[in-house]
Write a protein that binds this ligand. Structure first.
Ligand code: X2X
Length: 356
């Protein structure tokens, strides 16, 4: 090979090398669209958080990453409990999902579903940002998920068309739609109700047709779904809380260069702060309303969810401290069965986080 030709070959080879090395940082290597699964619709508070996340991802990556929310678990044909497996396998890239929907795969997530265990936003934050949250994120990492932020669905309240629920006796025989996570069936059976498992996608038809007497969900779901169309009683019993985690499939995540990882992580955290504030607005004094106004320039449409439900004709009641004790006592069997599944050590860690 003459010198001229040799130089040419070296030139081509080194140009190829530069392209190959530089490629992870170019758009060419990204998917046209990344898919995000969300169990609820876009008008639900948690759906609004997912939309905010995709907007922030576009903004913070200068349009290099397009993340599209697929609402109503449409990528899963409504099978909401399959989100962690599908993200872990890489069939879906990312999720903005309730911990309830990952609890069948990650039993430790049931720590949030122990009845009458975590009863305030302060306690929830202590868990999420304390040792408990760190353990849960480790569990997610072990099954190929990269957790990015804690968002929220909220404290779940029961609504029904029969009567106000003030004492455990009021639960007797109520046919209630619950999510298909087994701890819910155990809890409602322990309380004397007649729970039925149903995916959220089917639940709305069940409410319309009066197949069930009631259901349980936080205000960020009750208001968008206009629950007053079906139920006239709302019992605010804060019996358990439902966080949402923003997570990405690790195999896919690891293909991103560091600047993209950083941008997406920041977008997840910022959207989660917005979304948590939507879910807590009017339930934590002025704290969340001020976050929305001052940090996001957002005026909450429903600044007082309890009054709002009342204005729609619902009768809203709250439990007395004695009633709450009676409900907690009625669910002892749930603790006996579920604390070992969650892990006694994690249960103790959660108690410790709340005490600190
Ligand atoms: O199915 C439900 O009730 C919902 C929408 O709250 C969850 O996805 C856990």
């Amino acid at each position: 090979m003459n010198a001229w030709l040799k130089r040419g070959v070296i030139g081509v080879v080194s140009a190829w090398f530069v392209v190959m090395v530089a490629i992870p940082a170019t758009a060419a290597n990204f998917k046209k669209e990344y898919k995000m699964t969300v169990n609820v619709g876009p008008s639900f508070y948690w759906g609004m958080g997912a939309t905010k996340f995709s907007e922030l991802v576009a903004e913070k990556t200068q349009g290099r990453i397009k993340l599209k929310p697929y609402f109503g678990s449409s990528l899963l044909k409504g099978a909401q409990l399959k989100s962690p497996q599908m993200v872990s396998k890489g069939v879906i890239d990312c999720a903005y999902e309730s911990t309830i929907n990952s609890s069948p795969v990650i039993p430790e997530m049931n720590i949030f579903s122990l009845p009458f265990f975590i009863n305030s936003f302060e306690n929830l934050d202590r868990l999420e940002y304390g040792k408990t949250g760190a353990v849960l994120f480790k569990k997610m990492e072990r099954i190929g998920l990269t957790p990015l932020a804690w968002a929220e669905n909220g404290f779940r309240q029961v609504t029904n068309s029969k009567r106000a629920i003030n004492t455990p006796a009021d639960m007797k025989g109520l046919r209630l739609r619950v999510v298909g996570s087994p701890i819910f069936i155990d809890t409602f059976r322990a309380l004397g109700a007649d729970p039925v498992n149903m995916n959220w996608g089917d639940a709305q038809t069940a409410f319309q047709q009066g197949v069930v007497d009631g259901q349980e969900n936080p205000v960020g779901v009750l208001i968008p779904v206009q629950i007053w169309q079906y139920h006239n009683h709302a019992s605010f019993w804060n019996y358990l809380v439902d966080p949402v985690v923003v997570y990405w499939g690790t195999r896919q995540w690891n293909k991103f260069p560091d600047d993209i990882k950083k941008a997406i992580s920041e977008a997840a955290k910022e959207s989660a702060r917005f979304e948590k504030a939507l879910c807590r607005a009017g339930l934590d004094g002025d704290v969340s309303l001020n976050i929305l106004k001052n940090e996001f320039n957002y005026d909450m449409e429903v600044p007082d969810p309890v009054r709002y439900l009342e204005s729609k004709g619902m009768e809203v009641n709250f439990l007395t401290p004695e009633a709450e004790k009676a409900f907690r006592a009625a669910t002892d069997s749930v603790y006996d069965k579920w604390v070992p599944k969650i892990g006694k050590a994690l249960y103790e860690t959660a108690k410790q986080d709340m005490a600190d």
